[in-house]
Design a binder for this molecule. Sequence first.
Ligand code: HDE
Length: 712
Amino acid sequence: MAVNTDTKKSSAAGADAADKQNTTAKTEDLEQYRSDATGQALRSNQGVKVSDDKNSLRAGARGPSLLEDFLLREKITHFDHERIPERIVHARGVAAHGYFESYANHAKLSKAGFLGEKGKQTPVFVRFSTVQGPRGSADTVRDVRGFAIKFYTDEGNFDLVGNNIPVFFIQDAIKFPDFVHAVKPEPHNEVPTGGSAHDTFWDFVSLQSEASHAVIWAMSDRAIPKSLRTMQGFGVHTFRLINDEGVSKFVKFIWTPKQGVLSLVWDEAQKLAGKDPDFHRRDLGNAIEQGNYPEWEFGVQIIDEKDEHSFDFDILDPTKIIPEELVPITPLGKLVLNRNPENFFAETEQVAFCPGHIVPGIDFSNDPLLQGRLFSYTDTQLSRLGGPNFHEIPINKPVCPFHNNQRDGIHRTTINKGQAAYEPNSIDGGWPKETPPAAKDGGFESYYERIDAHKIRERSDSFSDHFSQPRLFYNSLSEHEQTHVVNAYSFELGKVQRTFIRERVVNEILSNIDLDLAAKVATNLGITPPTKQSVAVPEIKLKSSPALSQQNLLPDSAKGKKIAILAFAGIADEQLQAAKAFAEKHEITVMLLGETSAPVNTRKQKSIAVDGTIKGEPSVTFDAVIVLDGDDVSGSILKNGAAVHYLYEAYKHLKAIVLTGDAAKLLDSLPLKQDAGLISNSSFNAVETELLAALKAHRVWDREAVAESIPA
Ligand code: HDE
């Protein structure tokens, strides 16, 4: 994996072939729709061979174009209609194919076939997204990330359409259009793109205090993930799993990445938005191409029906988590992403998720947000994908057969045989026929739930505590994570123009979460810190949930990290070899960056190619920076402002920096202080253990205060 594995250059045949081998029933099914033009004649959509695709038909070489030019008209007409409406939310996304593998037969919990056998693999297509920004917006904005999974099970498609944050901003679907209108770019000037640092968002969430929990998560590091591979995923709502005896348990779905739960730092996220707006999609695509397949463990928190009311919150309230300390996660299986889509539009853009796509063994709870979602997703596809036949688009088709009496509609591709498109019928032998519910391979049956209630437009009292869980979240964070939350509120509110909105957030929201948090943000905004809560917040038993802190969710290896080596003439050959061997051993990607793209001469006068330039591959795209011993390498760096800035920036972003031999002299002239991550020694071999530890730790948090003074 070492050296130059970042870019397409390395992929070519090898990785591509490996990619293709990762087939599932779904990727095989897609094969029939794939079109390869290699060796083929260029033809019109009607199959006519084209002799000239460069010139339109004209009346004379300098004359006007002729309307009869059907080739010109066909090409331009198709082009004119290439765009479809983007998703109203979650427009910017990226996806990958893979599989889900069940750890065991979980039939006691659910009769769903994909959970029913140890080692059973089910094809999946997973789409990650930001929420606020349009299709062309930057990847690294502060935002919630979508985490939507389509399982192509033998019993039909199951869509688990979740987020990387376990709670949502509202409790009732009827508030969703209001929430989205508030967070989206403002209507008069369509600003800002991709973020929530503006008046309408903060106006809404400060008037709608049920948003407080999701907002504090959005102000935490969770909303600026390092990679899509380093995020947890949550189903958010409580669902039901039902076994073949009809016994139902409430569950929460959780995905935990093997890669650790890691984030960017804010300055880095902002810079990446300009220097590499595709940072997340590039990272996911490259990782898969390199065979470094991202993996998540799939788990559930299980609640017996009898315990539904035993918590100090309502399990139907989507603004609440069930702390893992109260209900631990039971692992059910793993998710592996091992193949990139062939075509972005056909697969990633046209995939249509819906939380209402479930299979026998799974059912909904009465969470009022979930109930509304069951309607919205199919409805939105009607305008986005143009009609009711979007289930026939290859990426959306189940891998099991499906027959029913639905017919016609725009872009229908199925050619239904027979005369009877109704049920019951005797003309076509009564086919297709219903299947009664059964333990296995049965028809879908809704959970036999007794509902005995008045029709009423009212929210349950059990949904009224909006502050004890945001408080629990804040209390559970490590010190540096808390500081980031303070900084994020201060940054966002600093962008809010109306002072009364800033004050309302501080006095009526933050004061109820934590007075110290409120005071710190107030001070940063120049507002008088509140001295008391504005409402009474119920005391809850659990004061802190360590499972919520990312500090407790670090990876156990440095696999998949990316290191830059700044290469100057005279670089020490042995040290370069040692660094490459280290990267190889720990499955780390390393790129050699020169001042220009020209090869560099080593100390032993060997000419070596570089993988990129210091200006072209910015420090924000790496996890660590290395300057190896070389002939007056410290002098070369000091003469090069971009190289000095590179080190400053990596230092400021709390990354590991290694300086060996002559490079260590830089510590005498640059304002960088040695610490657990800034490691210097005579040889590379002498720093390996410390470097590995720093990479696993992800950031040098102790450096944060010192790094404030660095001008980068
Ligand atoms: Fe969505 N949401 N949502 N949402 N959502 C959409 O569906 C909606 C909610 C989520 O990669 C839309 O196909 C309503 C919660 C993801 O294609 C739309 C409500 C959660 C994706 C829609 C919610 C989500 C969407 C836009 C409140 C986390 C992207 C395009 C009742 C559990 C899926 C589309 C993809 C997309 C509606 C709330 C996650 C408009 C009405 C809560 C990951 O139908």
